[in-house]
Design a protein around this ligand. Structure first.
Ligand code: ADP
Ligand code: MG
Length: 254
């Protein structure tokens, strides 16, 4: 039987900025339904790793390769053409500015179904009813359907992040790759967003790779933790095994 390719298979990935190695020989393998936290001190390479996986930047030429759902997205120091196919299966969420501020929340989520910004006139409503129903169902699921008609830039940070997750659902994403999605949220909103990611993982089998500033969130919500330090992986294992000693090794003594 065919073995289903995992979410991410990265082999010996390095990325240099000037003389600085942001990633230094990183290899990871993440299965399709995993819930993984990416942690490590500021500047340790978390965002660089996520950007390499999503093909937003190239990695160094050499031995490094990255596959996403079996598609080779990085090879020979270049982002390949297969990245489009891979991205269709990924919902990408950043710390901020995930939504188009002057469009309604509903329109933003519809962009997930359309996969692009339609002509301006297209925003006024000639959308397939099935897509509209899907968008409303997704907004409902993430708990922000009451705000569907509101301009995205009038919503709170937490509401916007949930809207971004709704857009990933409508897009049909098989996995969510999120870079510090809760870093600028208040604790209550942050917990709601993390719980939503857990629910999508448990109930829908969506893979989740999330970079987190807060270690306690990584331990509480994620099954597996990958820790970077100076561009190298210093821990990759169950979140339950992250004790004080390990955290000191990752972040240094406080
Ligand atoms: P993290 O997300 O863990 O805070 P980053 O991946 O953003 O870390 O950065 C890792 C290292 O790479 C840092 O030293 C950072 O300054 C450097 N870096 C990241 N992006 C760039 C860039 N576009 N140009 C130059 N240096 C960069
Ligand atoms: Mg970062």
């Amino acid at each position: 039987a065919a073995v289903s390719p995992g979410l991410v298979l990265a082999r010996d990935v390095s990325k240099t900025f000037g003389s600085r190695k942001a990633l230094d020989g990183v290899s990871i393998s993440v299965a399709s339904g995993e819930m993984v936290a990416l942690i490590g001190p500021s500047g340790s390479g978390k965002s660089t790793l996520l950007r390499s996986i999503t093909g937003l930047q190239s990695i160094d030429a050499g031995a490094g390769t990255i596959q996403v759902f079996g598609e080779t997205v990085q090879k020979d120091g270049r982002v390949t053409g297969s990245v489009r196919k891979a991205r269709g299966k990924l919902g990408m969420i950043f710390q901020q500015f995930n939504l188009v501020g002057r469009l309604s929340l509903f329109s933003n989520v519809m962009l997930g179904a359309l996969g692009r910004l339609p002509a301006w006139k297209g925003l006024l409503g000639a959308w397939p009813q099935a897509d509209k129903d899907k968008a409303m169902a997704a907004l409902h699921r993430v708990g922000v359907s009451d705000y569907a008609a509101q301009r995205a830039n009038t919503l709170s940070g937490g509401q916007q992040q949930r809207g971004a997750i709704a857009r990933a659902i409508v897009q049909g994403a098989k996995a969510i790759l999120a870079d510090e999605p809760v870093a600028s949220l208040d604790p209550v909103s942050a917990r709601k967003v993390m719980e939503l990611l857990v629910e999508l993982n448990r109930r829908d089998g969506m893979g989740v790779i999330v970079t987190l500033h807060q270690v306690d969130y990584a331990i509480r919500y994620c099954d597996r933790v990958i820790a970077l330090q100076g561009g190298k992986i210093v821990y990759d294992g169950p979140s339950t095994a992250l004790d004080q000693q390990r955290l000191i090794e990752i972040y240094g003594p406080e």
